[in-house]
Design a protein around this ligand. Structure first.
Ligand SMILES: [Zn+2]
Length: 103
């Protein structure tokens, strides 16, 4: 799995899954420069999928992208369900501090 700041990278996948899949070959992140502009949320790397109770830990640049722009992603991956599922106020994931991922 690699990271890119190019939204047109052909390795990116989009939207939630309804069947198990492998993780995408690449995930989109804000550029180093954009992330350095400042965080509006704490940098948190571990989230729990409320549907199955499993924790997933993400790469640091993705955690920093969430901290800079909490609404950047529409979905995230659960390693147990092997699916990307929705984040946000009505999403399926919470950080290990109990707040909803993507808010
Ligand atoms: Zn799950």
């Amino acid at each position: 799995m690699s990271l890119t700041s190019d939204p047109n990278d052909p390795r990116l996948t989009h939207g939630p899954d309804s069947e198990p899949v492998d993780q995408a070959a690449a995930y989109l992140v804000l550029s180093d420069e954009d992330r350095a502009a400042g965080y509006i949320r704490p940098v948190r790397a571990t989230y729990v999928h409320e549907v199955c109770g499993t924790s997933t830990t993400m790469a640091r640049p993705i955690a920093e992208t969430y901290a800079r722009d909490p609404g950047f992603y529409g979905s995230t991956y659960c390693v147990a369900c092997r699916m990307h599922r929705p984040v946000g106020a009505d999403g399926e994931f919470v950080w290990d501090d109990g707040t909803k991922v993507g808010t």
